[in-house]
Design a protein around this ligand. Structure first.
Ligand SMILES: [Zn+2]
Length: 280
């Protein structure tokens, strides 16, 4: 992390990164007209302007002064929208649409992308999130929500989880340990969490002293069900307990949860790679 002064701007553009830009063009390449957006809590599709509440997941620059923001909204899930003129010094919405902030936005429907016309802050975190570890953890949480959630699909439980997480990270002295709990809860909200009290293969209670993470079965197995030929992460009762209670995750519990997230995503989140590099 370089000088704090420049963190805000640089963070947005670096965080925007290749992954998203690919996906962005991908969407358009796939063809035809942009799909109609349906925002549940917001009147009829004929309405040209709507309000929605959302968290800034990431931003990337567009043209000279604009930015495309990826928001996670309460009413409509993930949403890409343009903030015009936001990089100009005199922009009215500029300071409000920072990474991690929760806002209520007024949005005009556009032909391909909607346009953010106004934004009022609900909760503002970016000042606290410029601290490198907090920023890394908040980015990892946002990246996971971004990667797991779809546009136009409201997930209020995930929304509540994300805003609580960002508030907790902004206050935390040891933000990194919040990530395991968040990851487990996120997997749970998405219906992807492994059982933490029974073997994923045979269903017997996990009460032995040793358990193994079976990624193919996406859960934990006991001694009877472990395939001895395969390399599996081995955990003990204290690792398991730290996941069940979601307090002070052990190093192996952290590793297991990171592996599960990466398995479900099909890749390791870029920000968790960054976090482990930061710790060296
Ligand atoms: Zn078993």
């Amino acid at each position: 992390m370089r000088g704090l002064q420049t963190v805000r701007g640089r963070v947005c553009s670096e965080y925007a990164g290749d992954v998203h830009i690919e996906r962005w063009f991908g969407q358009h390449d796939r063809g035809a007209a942009a799909p109609a957006r349906i925002h549940t809590a917001i009147a009829t599709p004929l309405n040209r302007t709507y309000k929605t509440r959302g968290v800034v997941l990431r931003a990337r620059n567009l043209g000279e002064a604009d930015r495309i923001l990826t928001m996670f909204t309460l009413e409509g899930g993930k949403l890409d929208a343009v903030a015009k003129g936001i990089r100009r010094a005199r922009s009215r919405i500029g300071g409000r649409l920072e990474f991690g902030n929760e806002v209520v936005m007024t949005v005009h429907r556009g032909r391909s992308l909607d346009v953010i016309a106004g934004a009022e802050i609900v909760r503002e975190h970016w000042r606290a999130l410029v601290a490198p570890e907090r920023f890394g953890v908040a980015s990892a949480a946002c990246e996971m929500v971004d990667a797991f959630c779809e546009p136009d699909l409201a997930m209020p439980e995930v929304y509540a989880l994300l805003v609580d997480m960002l508030a907790a990270v902004a206050r935390a002295s040891d933000a990194k340990r919040l990530l395991v709990r968040f990851s487990l809860r996120l997997l749970e909200a998405l219906g992807l969490a492994p059982p933490l009290d029974s073997c994923v293969q045979c269903g017997r209670p996990l009460n032995g002293d040793r358990i193994w993470l079976d990624l193919q079965a996406t859960g934990f197995v006991d001694d009877a069900c472990r395939q001895r030929g395969r390399a599996m992460l081995e955990l003990d009762a204290s690792d398991l307990r730290s996941m069940q209670l979601r307090v002070r995750p052990t190093a192996r519990a952290t590793e297991a949860v990171e592996m599960l997230v990466a398995h479900h995503l099909g890749r390791r989140p870029r920000t968790s790679v960054m976090l482990s590099e930061m710790q060296r």
